[in-house]
Design a protein around this ligand. Sequence first.
Ligand code: UGB
Length: 420
Amino acid sequence: MDKSAYPYHGGRLRWHSSLAKLTFWSFVFIGVIFIFFYRSPSSSSSSSAAAATSSSSRGGPAWEKKVRTSARIRSRNGFSVLVTGAAGFVGTHVSSALKRRGDGVLGLDNFNDYYDPTLKRARQALLERAGVFIVEGDINDAALLKKLFEVVPFTHVMHLAAQAGVRYAMQNPGSYVHSNIAGFVSLLEVCKEATPQPAIVWASSSSVYGLNTKVPFSEKDRTDQPASLYAATKKAGEEIAHTYNHIYGLSLTGLRFFTVYGPWGRPDMAYFFFTKDILNGKSIPIFEGENHGTVARDFTYIDDIVKGCLGALDTAQKSTGSGGKKKGPAQLRVFNLGNTSPIPVTNLVTILERLLKVKAKRNVMKLPRNGDVQFTHANISLAHRELGYKPTTNLQTGLKKFVRWYLNYYSAAGKKADAR
Ligand SMILES: O=C(O)[C@H]1O[C@H](OP(=O)(O)OP(=O)(O)OC[C@H]2O[C@@H](n3ccc(=O)[nH]c3=O)[C@H](O)[C@@H]2O)[C@H](O)[C@@H](O)[C@H]1O
């Protein structure tokens, strides 16, 4: 091949190629520095740098228009709701239910990789089609939260962003403190300053009952014996809620969810990865208590939980403060949202076997001492009285809907279930 046919060769080529190399390596260097600062969560200077970078890239008239449009109320007496954790399991269902009835909804989610983020992206796509925009960001990013409240005077916040999972708390304790404590405080700080202050409904957990043995669990029972760090951070959330209610007049409602399951669920939860493993012929670890004691959960179907969340939003009174000042006492509530019908985990497996038409390889083992409790059972009379909460889906029916979704979702696009 005749090299002279190429316009750049000889001395010019060498000069150009060194300049190109220099430019290339400069970009690589800047890129590495950027990634280092952007990814590092531990240094406060780097996180504020990241916050500044991420917030500024989220500004601008087009972005603000998307935020406003998504949060626009389309029904009489509707709400404008900021839903944190909107790409999560409960967040997706609550967001679409609110949107369907004409409330304005803006989502916020950090799309972390605790479990397969492609599932979160699929939920995001679902919400986008319904007209819900999800801002990608962390609840610890105060600058971003402030910006959102500047653009939209939210009437309500549905706070569902959290580090979930009972057992994972032993592997990554910091992530629970970061999301469930620091993140919650960061959100409340911004809410308390907002004018008007929004009413806040947020996800607590059945796990706060911890080692409580009095059943069914009532909101009046003791919750000072958490069995996992996850439970301890949710319990801390309830105390933090009390403080912000007391000092700043924020209206706060905590919902103690009992093992929520259903379509678009969380792959780290037992019913979800049992399904995957049964289909793959893998053995599943089934926990049992001392002396072959039954391990059971008050499994609660997602549609029932959504109704409870909407009931909590609808009955939430206004916060009484504004601009960081309390003007009078405000509402402070906690409710159990369960099914009030505990089912042994072995029965859950039997139902799955029937629905999947595959026999599970059961590996029965002792309940590990890593945060699990043996039994949960919700007393829901308070939620029934105050929120009109009345669960209607039993485990058999709910799992049928889940399995239908699961088979459809993972076979449709040839997706692989990345369960944990
Ligand atoms: O109500 C809550 O507040 C929590 O509910 C959920 O926790 P759990 O009730 O523990 O659900 P999940 O892990 O699905 O285990 C279900 C059952 O299977 C048993 N289990 C579990 C794993 C296993 O390998 N084997 C097994 O038998 C296990 O012993 C248990 O009996 C949420 O994850 C949590 O984020 C929080 O929201």
